[in-house]
Design a protein around this ligand. Structure first.
Ligand code: ADP
Ligand code: MG
Length: 690
C-alpha cells in the first residue's frame, strides 16, 4: 500500500497499525482524520505506574502485576477457558481467558514473564484476574510499569484500548511537528494546545488526573476556550459572508409594521414595537438581516414575526415562517390567515404530510409567487420549496435549528439575492450564552409581556394528592375553563410516550366522566392531531391530555389550568416552556407540578424555582447554576453545535470574554483563524474562506 505523507488531515487508515478495515470501525467512533484522534478524549484513567506484589493482592482491586508464567492449560468447564498460573516468590495468581486462540495460549510459555493489568476476584483456589490486558517477555527487566496514567477511551468492538492509545500517540507525535498546529494563538493564555492535549491523554500524576476528571484542569479550560473561540470565529466568518451578499431590499418596512397593527385585535406592547422597528430597519437595507429575537414565553413573538412578513408581502416579495413541529406550523398558519386575510395577503400552509394534489398546488403557488407568505416545518422547506421572490425567512423556536441549516437558506432567494433571516428563540437564554451560541446574529429582546396577564399560580404537589387535583380540574371546567394534562416520560421513544398518554387519557376519562377529554401525541395522524387541537381550541373538549408535543408555541388562551405529571423528570427550560401554555388569557391561571416522591435535591430545587418565579431569564440563569457536576460531562445538551469539549451552558462564562478576541483575530490574524476553525469545526470550505 502506498502511504501518502502523513499529516493531521490524512485519513486514519494510513497510520501505523491501521488499515481500511480499522479505519471503517474508527469512523463509527467519529474518527476519520488523524486530528480527530487528538480530540478523542479519555473517559477516565487507570493507574499502571506501579507493580503490586502478588502477596498484596486484594479482591476487587484493579492492579498491575509482573510475574513468572508457571503453567498454562485449556479447560472445558464450565466452558472453554485458558488458565495461566503465574507466580512471584511464594505467591500465586491465576489469569483466565474465555476468548483466545491457539497461538495466544501457546505464547504463555512456562518460564517467560508477564505483565498484566486487570480486576481481581477471589476464585476457587486463590486470586484470579479475568481477561487482563497483558504483555509477555523473556525476562522480568523487559517489563516496566507505565510512566503516566493510562487513559481509557470510548472504544468499540474491534477498536481496543491499546490500539486507540497507540494511534493517539502517533497523532500527538504528528501534531508536535505540524507547523499550523504550533501556530502561536495570540491572546489565549494557559498551556499551549499541544501541551494541554498531551496532559489530557497522558497525565503524569494523580493531582492532574483528579483535576481532569473534575473538568477543572487549566489544560481543559484552555482547550474549552480555544474551542469556543473557534466556533465564534466560524460563526463570524459565516456572518461576514452572508452580510457581504446583496439582499432584496424591503422598502418602507416600517409602514408594513404599522399596517399590521391596525388589523390586530390588540396594540403592540412597547417592547414589540421597539423590536419590530429594529427589524424594519434591517429589512429596509441592502444587506441581509441576521437577527435573533429573544422573548419570554407569551411575550408575543408571533405578532412581531407577522409584522416582518407583512412588510415583505407589501413590498411584493414572499416570506416564509418555519416552525419546529407540524402542530405549530398549523397554528401559525391559522393565526396569520386570520390576521392577514383582511389585508388581502395570502398565507398558505406547506406540510410534509399533505395529500399529493394539495401539496402540489401549494408548491405551485409558492413557485409562481402567488403564495405571499408560506408557513411550514423546517423539513419541508429544506427539501422541496422553490420560491419566486423569497425575501424573508423567519425561523420560530430556534433551539432545534442549527447554523448549517440556516446556511442552506442562502440559496432560496431570487437570483443573486440572499433572503433576510429572523430567528426567534423558544426560551430565553442568558446573554452570555446567546453570545456564544449565536455569535453570527444581532439580538433583539422583547422584555415585556402583553398587558393584563394575571400571574400563574404554581404549586408542586405529590402524586398522592392526585384526587385533589382532579377535583380542581372538575370545578374549573364546570365553570367554563379548560385544562391541559401533560404526560412526561424519560424514554425518548415517541411510541412509548404515545402509549402512556393514551393510558392516562383512559384513566382520566374514567375518573372524570363528566368531562370531554381530548388527546394529542406525536403518533397521531396529522388529521387526527388537527381535529384534536381544533376541538380544544373551540372549547368542545375541556381537558386535553398531551405529551410534550405541546411544549412549544401552542396558544389556546381559554386554557387556564396546566397539570404536569411527573414534573420532576423535566428540566427547568422545558417546565417553563410548558407552563407558558397557560396564562395567555384574562383569567387567573394555575400550574400544578405533580411529582412522584421522593424528590432528589436538584429536582426539588427546580420545582422551587418554578414556584417562585415566572421570569424566563431568571429561570434560565438558575438552570445554569443547578446543573450539578453530575451533568458536567453531558455536553451535547443544546444539541446545536458539534462541540467536542465545551458545553455552551456550563462554559458560558468562559465564552463571553472571547468575543473581543474573536473580533481582534478576524482583523489581525487570518492565519490562526482558519487553522483554528479547521481544527475544531471542520472544513473551512463549508464556511468559505476567511
Ligand atoms: P410567544 O412569544 O410565546 O410566541 P405568542 O406570540 O404566542 O407568544 O403570543 C402569546 C399570546 O399573546 C397570543 O395569544 C397573542 O395573540 C397574544 N398577544 C401578543 N401580543 C399581544 C399584545 N401586544 N397585547 C395583547 N395580547 C398579545
Ligand atoms: Mg411562539
Amino acid at each position: 500500500m502506498v502511504r501518502p505523507p502523513l499529516t493531521l488531515q490524512t485519513s486514519v487508515q494510513y497510520l501505523r497499525g491501521a488499515g481500511p478495515a480499522l479505519a471503517q470501525k474508527l469512523r463509527a467512533l467519529g474518527l476519520s482524520q488523524v486530528q480527530d484522534l487528538l480530540f478523542h478524549l479519555p473517559l477516565r484513567y487507570e493507574d499502571r505506574r506501579r507493580f503490586t506484589p502478588l502477596a498484596d493482592l486484594k479482591e476487587g482491586g484493579e492492579v498491575l502485576v509482573r510475574a513468572k508464567v508457571e503453567h498454562q492449560e485449556v479447560r472445558y468447564s464450565p466452558r472453554r477457558n485458558l488458565r495461566v498460573a503465574v507466580s512471584e516468590q511464594d505467591s500465586w495468581l491465576l489469569l483466565r481467558f474465555f476468548f483466545f486462540n491457539q497461538t495466544q495460549a501457546a505464547n504463555f510459555k512456562p518460564g517467560s514473564w508477564v505483565r498484566a493489568y486487570g480486576r481481581l476476584r477471589q476464585g476457587k483456589s486463590g486470586m484470579e484476574m479475568i481477561h487482563p490486558e497483558y504483555q509477555l517477555a523473556a525476562t522480568a527487566e523487559e517489563l516496566t510499569p507505565e510512566k503516566t496514567l493510562t487513559p481509557i477511551y470510548p472504544a468499540s468492538t474491534g477498536v481496543t484500548q491499546p490500539r486507540l492509545r497507540q494511534l493517539i500517540r502517533q497523532a500527538l507525535e504528528l501534531a508536535s511537528t505540524d507547523p499550523v498546529f504550533n501556530l502561536a494563538l495570540p491572546g489565549l493564555d494557559g498551556p499551549d494546545t499541544l501541551s494541554a492535549l498531551r496532559l489530557i491523554h497522558q497525565p503524569q500524576n494523580d493531582a492532574d488526573a483528579q483535576q481532569l476528571l473534575a473538568l477543572a484542569h487549566p489544560a481543559q479550560r484552555r482547550l474549552i476556550r480555544e474551542e469556543l473561540l473557534a466556533h465564534q470565529l466560524s460563526m463570524r466568518v459565516l456572518r461576514r459572508q452572508v452580510r457581504g451578499k446583496p439582499a432584496p431590499r424591503i422598502v418602507n418596512a416600517a409602514a408594513g409594521v404599522a399596517a399590521l397593527e391596525a388589523r390586530l385585535p390588540f396594540r403592540y406592547t412597547n417592547a414589540q414595537r421597539r423590536v419590530a422597528a429594529e427589524i424594519a430597519r434591517d429589512l429596509d437595507s441592502a444587506a441581509p438581516m441576521l437577527r435573533l429575537v429573544q422573548g419570554d414565553v407569551g411575550s408575543g413573538k408571533t405578532a412581531v414575526a407577522a409584522a416582518a412578513l407583512v412588510a415583505a408581502a407589501r413590498a411584493g416579495f414572499q416570506g416564509a415562517l418555519m416552525a419546529p413541529t407540524e402542530l405549530l406550523a398549523e397554528q401559525h398558519a391559522q393565526t396569520l390567515q386570520a390576521w392577514l386575510a383582511p389585508m388581502d395577503i395570502t398565507a398558505c400552509l406547506l406540510k410534509g404530510t399533505q395529500k399529493k394534489p394539495q401539496r402540489a398546488s401549494a408548491l405551485a403557488a409558492i413557485k409562481s409567487g402567488q403564495a405571499q407568505i408560506v408557513v411550514g416545518t423546517h423539513a419541508v422547506f429544506q427539501q422541496s420549496a422553490m420560491f419566486k421572490r423569497l425575501a424573508l425567512v423567519v425561523v420560530d423556536e430556534q433551539h432545534r435549528f442549527g447554523v448549517q441549516q440556516r446556511l442552506a437558506l442562502r440559496d432560496k432567494g431570487p437570483a443573486g439575492l440572499t433572503p433576510h433571516q429572523l430567528v426567534m428563540t423558544a426560551t430565553p437564554i442568558p446573554r452570555t450564552l446567546a453570545q456564544t451560541l449565536y455569535a453570527d446574529l444581532d439580538v433583539s429582546v422583547i422584555d415585556e409581556l402583553p398587558p393584563g396577564r394575571k400571574p400563574i399560580i404554581t404549586v408542586a404537589l405529590s402524586s398522592e394528592r392526585r384526587a385533589e387535583v382532579l377535583a380542581r380540574i372538575g370545578k374549573a371546567c364546570a365553570s367554563g375553563r379548560q385544562a391541559y394534562w401533560v404526560c412526561t416520560l424519560i424514554e425518548e421513544s415517541e411510541e412509548i410516550e404515545a402509549q402512556a398518554a393514551e393510558e392516562t387519557a383512559r384513566t382520566l376519562r374514567a375518573e372524570l366522566p363528566e368531562l370531554k377529554i381530548g388527546l394529542v401525541h406525536g403518533r397521531l395522524k396529522p388529521v387526527e392531531k388537527d381535529a384534536q387541537m381544533q376541538a380544544f381550541k373551540a372549547g368542545i373538549t375541556q381537558l386535553l391530555v398531551a405529551t410534550t408535543v405541546i411544549e412549544v408555541g401552542v396558544d389556546v388562551p381559554n386554557a387556564s389550568i396546566l397539570i404536569i405529571d411527573n414534573a420532576e423528570r423535566l428540566g427547568l427550560a422545558q417546565l417553563h416552556q410548558l407552563r407558558g401554555r397557560v396564562g395567555r388569557g384574562a383569567t387567573e391561571s394555575q400550574c400544578v407540578l405533580l411529582y412522584q416522591p421522593p424528590l432528589s435535591l436538584t429536582a426539588q430545587a427546580r420545582l422551587d424555582v418554578m414556584r417562585k418565579t415566572q421570569d424566563g431569564f431568571l429561570i434560565a440563569q438558575r438552570d445554569l447554576e443547578l446543573r450539578g457536576p453530575g451533568e458536567l460531562l453531558g455536553r451535547r445538551q443544546t444539541g446545536l453545535v458539534g462541540l467536542k469539549l465545551a458545553d455552551p451552558l456550563r462554559d458560558a462564562a468562559l465564552g463571553a470574554p472571547l468575543q473581543k478576541l474573536a473580533d481582534e483575530w478576524l482583523e489581525r490574524h487570518p492565519g490562526p483563524c482558519s487553522a483554528l476553525i479547521r481544527r475544531w469545526v471542520g472544513d473551512v470550505e463549508k464556511y468559505g474562506q476567511v
